[in-house]
Design a protein around this ligand. Structure first.
Ligand code: NG1
Length: 408
């Protein structure tokens, strides 16, 4: 029997570089996915290929230790899933043999990597009789949230100190909904996307390879955020503002979540500016203001207020460009063109350093926004209109699953 494990990519609507700082994000799963069509092998082996020439076929044994392939090799995402499941105690007596296909643009900040990790995990779990979901049945089970958290840790095997947004969005996507995701502990709350809101995803035509060049820049940001938090935490313990409770006495380790909950954001930022080196202060300001923007964006979506949501997206982009320094000339250009053509909001999405921008507009403006992007961004660069991989309208979609494949 042939099985099909499919896992969607995601577009993050707002809340960038907050997940690894314990602050919420607000993505949605999209109608593009990574698919593994496979059959179960009686041997503990994974054998996968792809119709794309740059993804060469690979085989590895489901035996510890699972070694990494060379840096950047696509099998590392499948190895990461297998390693994570084995370390969690899943008995891998059977393997999978099959073919990977999909239409999530690669290295574009749309989480093709996590979609491959999650699809691999679902295929391996199914092959070994483990069901996903709280009420999954009498046999061994793992909850969706547990699996998302496990795969987030597992994906760090490829060397990125990433957060948990992508795996959670991929597993918990709900058609027609965005997802407010919180961390420590992981929680996912679907929020209905109002009728008529449309999301245009546009590639900057610059790849953001998280297994390659962008990795160091990403990990450096994560280190700077930890350093900034420690600096502010120490200052709170000595002579900082009087809240959050307990932090002044040094009794508790301060988190970014405590700081965002802090009522006096201006006072907090004034204080942080005095004690942090300028670059750390800018990273810090992005993280705490972005955390607050996510909370406001959720309310704006629930209120059906597109213009408020759009303004928050623009604030997010400005902060990512100026304070977090992860935007590029091309991403800025996409955002400017989309806004000038009538989008309510636009921002880079995903880690940045290339990849995609996302624009919010109403149904009536989609055509004008796409036409403007085609004429002012793509045609001068490509000499022709963009393909559907370079620019498309993304729909909020359901999460990853395994089913029996249609063909034998
Ligand atoms: P992308 O750009 O999709 O690789 C990365 C991280 C996210 C998050 C964003 C920035 C991984 C797998 N993905 O996403 O967790 O930190 O950057 O908001 O680590």
């Amino acid at each position: 029997m042939n099985w099909l494990a499919s896992a969607p990519g995601r577009v993050n609507l707002i809340g960038e570089h907050t997940d690894y700082n314990g602050l919420p994000v607000f993505p949605m799963a999209i109608d593009r996915d990574v698919r593994i069509e496979y059959r179960v092998s009686d041997h503990p082996v994974v054998r996968l290929d792809s119709p794309l020439a740059r993804f060469d076929p690979f085989t590895f044994q489901l035996k510890r230790p699972i070694e990494a392939a060379s840096q950047g090799h696509w099998s590392n995402y499948v190895r990461a899933a297998a390693k994570g499941l084995m370390e969690h105690g899943v008995r891998m007596e059977r393997g999978i043999e099959g073919t990977v296909t999909g239409d999530v643009p690669i290295a574009s900040g749309l989480s093709s990597s996590s979609a491959l990790v999650v699809a691999s995990a679902l295929a391996l779990l199914k092959a070994n009789g483990v069901e996903v979901g709280r009420d999954a049945g009498p046999g061994p089970t793992i909850s969706g949230l547990e699996l998302a958290a496990l795969m987030a840790r597992a994906e760090r095997f490829v060397g990125l100190e990433g957060g948990g947004m992508d795996q959670a969005a991929c597993l918990h996507g709900v058609a027609g909904h965005a997802l407010r995701i919180d961390f420590e502990p992981l929680r996912v709350k679907p929020v209905a996307v109002p009728k008529g809101w449309r999301w245009v995803v546009a590639s900057s035509l610059v790849r953001a390879e998280k297994s390659g060049g962008a990795r160091e820049a990403y990990n450096e940001r994560a280190r700077q955020c930890r350093e900034a938090l420690a600096g502010v935490g120490d200052a709170f313990a000595n002579d900082g503002p009087t809240t959050p409770e307990g932090a002044r006495s040094g009794a508790v380790a301060l988190t970014y979540r405590d700081l965002v909950a802090h009522g006096d954001m201006d006072g907090l930022l004034d204080h942080a500016r005095r004690i942090l080196a300028p670059v750390l202060f800018r990273r810090f300001r992005h993280v705490v203001t972005e955390g607050r923007r996510v909370a406001r964006a959720e309310v704006a979506m629930r209120d059906g207020d597109m213009s408020r949501f759009g303004n928050l997206m623009v604030g997010s982009h400005d902060s990512l460009r100026d304070d977090y320094e992860v935007s590029t000339f091309e991403l800025d250009k996409l955002v400017t063109v989309a806004l000038e053509a009538g989008a309510a909001g636009a921002r880079l999405t995903g880690a940045g350093f290339g990849g995609c921008a996302v624009a919010l507009c109403d149904q009536a403006a989609v055509g004008a926004v796409m036409d403007a992007l085609a004429a002012r961004f793509y045609e001068p660069r490509l000499g022709q209109p963009p393909t559907g991989d370079e620019m498309f309208a993304a729909k909020p979609s359901g999460g990853a699953r395994v089913r029996i494949a249609d063909r034998p």
